[in-house]
Design a protein around this ligand. Sequence first.
Ligand code: SME
Length: 160
Amino acid sequence: MYDFAADPALPKTELYRELAQAADALTRDEPDGVANMANIAALLWQFLPDINWAGFYRVIDGELVLGPFCGKPACIRIPMGQGVCGTAAAEAKTQLVEDVHAFPGHIACDAASRSELVVPVVNDGAVIAVIDLDSPMPARFEGDDAAGIEALAKMVAERI
Ligand code: SME
């Protein structure tokens, strides 16, 4: 049994440090990328308060394809450059969106989502996936969240 305790009252930097430690412990010795993405999605879901979707889209044959996640069923394929996820993947750049309704081309998978953070996962100089977090709260994500998820993306890039 894995029993990682998440205390949402922790300062964000500390919360992300603990999340990264748990993710490292779960994925370090496991070569299966799907298993690792599934456990990371579960950790994000468990550790982060006020989110309604957490998971992966993978770059396959030039488009994004849904990967392991927690939350409501989501759109399966996203063209590069479209939506928040496709923009993060095409530009290899974190997208921190305080109000999804103000993001041109935002793709609504869950009508409750109000803000979103998407971080590219880069391996060998290529974007291989994105980590996507959605929240029903406007402006739920800030710089500390982006930094925390970017550190996580870097750590797992060779494990997914
Ligand atoms: N909102 C995303 C689509 C994925 S769902 O949020 C899970 C986007 O605009 O790319």
